[in-house]
Ligand binder design. Structure first.
Ligand code: 4AD
Ligand code: MG
Length: 454
C-alpha cells in the first residue's frame, strides 16, 4: 500500500470514530436492559463475543452499562456481513437497529442490526480466550481482564461503597483531610515499613494517616481520609496487600465507646445502602442482599479475653497475649452472620499510641471490627494516649526513639484531649461483602509481595 492510500485509510477510520463521538443519539445498553428504551436505537461498544448460525450472526455487544445480544442478517448487506464475521473480539462498532424484549436472548433483550460501522478493528489475538485461565495469567493480563463482568461489577460496587461512605461522613460533620505519603517514623510498627530514598535521606511510605490526623483534630475537629496506605507485608496471605486504600477517621472528645458507636452506625449504613443500590452486582458474587440488610447497629462486642476462649474452643492454637492471626480470626468469625467488635487487646499486640485501660493496664482501649463468615478484621482503632507522660512511658516500653516522634509528642503539650479513631481497609470490606477468595480481586491493579505489574 502506498503511503498516500495508507493515510487515506486511516483518515477514513478516524472520521467514522469522530462521527461516533460527536453523534448525540447513542444510548447505553443499560437503557434497553432496564426497559427504558425499545424500537429504533443507536449503540456503540465493544464486540465481546460472536457466533454465526444459518446466515445470522449473534453478536454480544458490551458497553459500560451492560451486555446485549445483537443479530445481523446476511440480507442486510453480504459484504458488511462478511466484514463483521471476520472482525476480531474487542473491536469497537457502532450500530443502528431495532431493540425488543426477547426471552430467548441471554439478557432478555435483543437488537436486530440495520446498520453497522466499524470504529476500531482489534488485533486478532485477544489473549483471554474461553478456556479457563489460571489466576496468575489473568493477573498478568489484568489491564484487559478489567473488562470482564466480575471485574466490572467489583469496580462499580467499590465506587458505590466509597460514595456511600464519604457521603455519610460528610453528612455527619467529618471534614476530609489529607496527610503526607512520605513519612519519617512508623505508625504501625517498623516491620512493615517501605523505605524510600528521599533526596539523600531516609523516608518511608505511610502505613496510616493517623499520626498527622491527630495534629489536625485540634484545628478542624472530626476528620476523615481515603488514601493509599503501604505495608511491606512479607507474608503471603489472602488478605494482605502491599498497597491498599485506607479509610480513616479521627475525632476529638471521643473515647473507645464513642468510636465503636460511630463505626457500627457507619458500617451498617454502608451495608444497608449497598444492598439497596447494588443488589444485582452483589448477587453476581453469590452475596444475598438480605445478608447485608441484616447488618444493623448496635453490633455485638466481645472482649479479647472472650475471643481467646472461643478460638481455643474452636481448635485454635493461641494463648493470652498473642495477636490474632488470620487463622485465629477465621475460627472466631466463621459462625457469625454480621460484623462484631473484639475490644481491649493486650498492650503487646497493639501500637504504642493505644491508650492503656485505666482499669486494667495490661490491655488497651482498642477495638477491631471483625467481618463474619471467616473473613476477620475490617477495621482497627480505638482511643489514643493524650497524656504526655503516659506517651513517653509507652514509647520507652516499646523501645522507640522519642526523637523520631518529637512533633507527635508535642501534641500532648498543648491542648491535648481524649480522642479516638479507626482505619478501615476498603479492599477488606469488599472482600467480605463480595465473598472474594482473595483480596487482590477487590482492587483493579493489586500490589502484593510477588506482584507490582501491570
Ligand atoms: O489495623 P491497622 O494496622 O490500623 C491502623 O493503621 C490504624 N493506624 C488506623 C487508625 O486507627 N486510624 O489497619 C487498619 C485497617 C485494618 O483493619 C485492615 O482493614 C486494613 O487497614 N489493612 C490492610 N488491608 C489490606 N492489606 C493490608 N496489608 C492491610 N493492613 C491493614
Ligand atoms: Mg489491625
Amino acid at each position: 500500500m502506498s503511503d498516500a492510500s495508507k493515510k487515506d485509510k486511516i483518515t477514513k477510520k478516524d472520521k467514522t470514530m469522530d462521527k461516533a463521538i460527536e453523534k448525540g443519539d447513542f444510548i447505553e445498553i443499560g437503557e434497553i436492559l432496564h426497559g427504558k428504551k425499545t424500537g429504533s436505537v443507536s449503540l456503540r461498544g465493544w464486540l465481546a463475543h460472536k457466533r454465526s448460525s444459518g446466515g445470522i450472526q449473534f453478536i454480544i455487544l458490551r458497553d459500560p452499562s451492560g451486555f446485549i445480544q445483537c443479530t445481523l442478517s446476511k440480507d442486510i448487506d453480504p459484504k458488511v456481513f462478511d466484514e463483521i464475521e471476520a472482525l476480531p473480539i474487542e473491536s469497537v462498532i457502532a450500530i443502528d437497529g431495532e431493540a425488543r424484549a426477547d426471552k430467548r436472548a441471554p439478557s432478555g433483550h435483543e437488537v436486530s442490526i440495520k446498520k453497522v460501522d466499524i470504529l476500531f478493528k482489534a488485533e486478532p489475538d485477544w489473549p483471554i480466550v474461553k478456556k479457563k485461565h489460571g489466576p496468575e495469567f489473568l493477573l498478568d493480563k489484568r489491564h484487559l481482564w478489567l473488562r470482564s463482568d466480575k471485574m466490572q461489577a467489583m469496580l462499580r460496587v467499590r465506587s458505590k461503597l466509597i460514595e456511600i461512605a464519604r457521603q455519610w461522613l460528610l453528612e455527619h460533620g467529618y471534614i476530609e483531610f489529607q496527610s503526607p505519603i512520605f513519612i519519617t517514623a512508623a505508625c504501625e510498627g517498623g516491620s512493615t515499613l517501605f523505605p524510600v530514598e528521599y533526596f539523600g535521606r531516609q523516608a518511608y511510605l505511610t502505613q496510616s494517616w493517623q499520626l498527622h490526623a491527630e495534629a489536625a483534630i485540634s484545628s478542624i475537629g472530626k476528620i476523615f481520609t481515603l488514601a493509599p496506605s503501604f505495608r511491606a507485608e512479607k507474608s503471603r496471605t489472602r488478605r494482605h496487600l502491599a498497597e491498599y486504600w485506607h479509610l480513616e477517621a479521627e475525632e476529638p472528645f471521643c473515647d473507645l465507646e464513642g468510636t465503636m458507636k460511630m463505626q457500627e452506625q457507619f458500617v451498617s449504613h454502608i451495608c444497608q445502602h449497598l444492598a439497596k443500590e447494588m443488589p444485582e452486582q452483589l448477587k453476581l458474587f453469590g452475596r444475598d442482599p438480605k445478608e447485608m440488610l441484616a447488618v444493623k447497629h448496635p453490633l455485638q462486642r466481645i472482649t479479647y479475653d472472650e475471643a481467646i476462649e472461643i478460638i481455643k474452643k474452636g481448635g485454635g492454637d493461641i494463648k493470652w497475649g498473642d495477636d490474632l492471626t488470620w487463622v485465629h480470626e477465621k475460627i472466631l468469625t466463621k459462625k457469625h452472620k454480621v460484623p462484631f467488635f473484639v475490644y481491649k487487646y493486650p498492650k503487646g499486640v497493639k501500637a504504642f499510641y493505644h491508650m492503656p485501660d485505666p482499669k486494667d493496664p495490661r490491655v488497651t482501649l482498642s477495638a477491631d471490627l471483625m467481618a463474619p463468615e471467616g473473613y476477620g478484621e475490617l477495621t482497627g482503632g480505638g482511643q489514643r494516649i493524650h497524656d504526655f507522660k503516659q506517651m513517653m512511658k509507652r514509647l520507652k516500653e516499646e523501645k522507640l526513639d522519642p526523637k523520631a516522634y518529637e512533633w507527635y509528642i508535642d501534641l500532648r503539650k498543648w491542648g491535648s484531649v481524649p480522642h479516638s479513631g479507626f482505619g478501615m481497609g476498603i479492599e477488606r470490606m469488599l472482600m467480605w461483602i463480595l465473598k472474594l477468595e482473595h483480596i487482590r480481586d477487590a482492587i483493579a491493579f493489586p500490589r502484593t509481595l510477588t506482584r507490582h505489574y501491570p
